[in-house]
Design a protein around this ligand. Structure first.
Ligand code: CTP
Ligand code: MG
Length: 227
């Protein structure tokens, strides 16, 4: 089953504290976002890649796309203030298609197997997201005092990719903007339409490069892959 992937790449990387878009930081020999692009370039089921980028970074990103022969990049959309705005700009730019994957450009270690299962599940149920079981004990607190220990068996740490049928995610994105709703992932936009969203179990390696120590983990993952 073929799909189009939308990659929000227009963030600032504030938590990385690198004073620039963290996606341009290098892991060994190339910037983070290129690892992400190469996964989709190599997947025969991926028909097209669309990126949301900041206007001032479009040229540098496009130069890397050319240099690394990422021929599946079909276009760019202008990133917005919030991640959700960046994703919506891409969704409005892409031609209608069957399944759309939304994936953070900052998650370079997504596995091919998870992508395939997400696409199949989205095709069957409309909406599917990657997630892993919570590892730690989770507690709620009020002013530092525990109010509840949550049953972690029911808890998932949500990742991207998140996969949807084109019509559903476009409808959900439009409804969110009309209602002034800001979510932290695309699934929330679909959940509020009361459409079921299926979890597809992913891997702990699919970490988002967010804070400086994630780069150490990222390099370790890459080293383990070449051994
Ligand atoms: N993103 C985007 N547009 C925004 C904000 C984020 O396209 N307005 C993208 C980022 O480039 C990243 C993904 O969304 O690939 C996930 O966001 P996050 O990890 O929060 O990245 P940043 O927003 O760049 O980081 P921070 O929140 O630490 O500033
Ligand atoms: Mg952010």
């Amino acid at each position: 089953m073929n799909y189009t992937v939308v990659l929000p790449a227009a963030g600032s990387g504030k938590r990385m504290k690198a004073n620039k878009n963290k996606l341009l930081l290098e892991l060994f020999d190339k910037p983070i976002f290129l690892y992400t692009l190469e996964v989709f370039q190599q997947d025969p089921a991926c028909e097209a890649i669309w990126l949301a980028v900041k206007e001032e970074e479009r040229q540098i990103i496009d130069q890397y796309v050319t240099k690394y022969k990422i021929t599946k990049v079909h276009g760019y959309a202008d990133g917005g203030m919030e991640r959700q705005d960046s994703v919506r700009a891409c969704l409005e730019a892409i031609p209608p298609c069957g399944v759309v994957l939304v994936h953070d450009a900052a998650r370079p270690f997504i596995s091919q197997d998870v992508i395939t299962r997400l696409v199949e599940t989205a095709k069957a149920c409309g909406a599917a997201i990657a997630a892993v079981p919570v590892k730690d004990t989770i507690k709620k607190a009020d002013n530092g005092i525990i109010t509840e220990t949550v049953d972690r068996n029911a808890l998932w740490m949500v990742q991207t990719p998140q996969a949807f049928t084109y019509d559903l995610i476009l409808k959900a994105a439009k409804a969110a903007v009309e209602d002034g709703f800001l979510g932290t992932d695309e699934a929330m936009l679909v959940e509020r339409l009361n459409h079921p969203v299926q979890i597809v179990e992913s891997t702990y390696e699919n970490v988002k490069m967010t804070t400086p120590e994630d780069l150490i983990y990222g390099k370790a993952i890459l080293e383990s892959q070449i051994q």
